[in-house]
Structures are given as C-alpha cells and as structure tokens.
Write a new protein. Structure first.
Length: 75
C-alpha cells in the first residue's frame, strides 16, 4: 500500500495519502477538494551526493580480524 504525496489545486496545500488498491478517489483533508496533483515523493526523488554519506567504519582493536584489524591486508 503506497503512500503518495498530493497537492490540492483548490486550497494549494500538500498532504500524504495511503492509497489502497480498491479505495475510492482521494480527497483533500483540508478542503475536501478532489482536484489533486501528485507530487514527487522525497523517497523516490533520490539523494544528492553531497548529503549521502556512508556510515563510519567500525574499527576493531587488537588485530583480531575485520577491516583495519589486519585480516583484509589493509592495515
């Protein structure tokens, strides 16, 4: 069941709606308008490379394996 983002043409407000396959038409929760445009969701628009960062690597101490512990040959 996808969650879509909409903008109401009548009141110019944005909202999210859970859309089930057999549900009737979606209406604006603010003004009950039915003239809606679907907006690009944050989850489907991607992430720019300047904000996407890998989590910090875990460094194991004592040389017992794992990355930077000597087992992979990096350290």
């Amino acid at each position: 069941m996808p969650i879509y983002e909409y903008r109401c043409v009548d009141c110019d407000r944005s909202f999210e709606a859970l859309v089930r396959p057999n549900d009737p038409l979606t209406y604006c929760p603010h003004c009950s308008g039915s003239r809606l445009s679907r907006e690009m969701s944050v989850f489907t628009s991607g992430v720019s490379s300047s904000t996407a960062q890998a989590p910090p690597a875990t460094v194991k101490s004592g040389g017992r394996g794992g990355c930077c512990g000597g087992a992979c040959g990096c350290g």
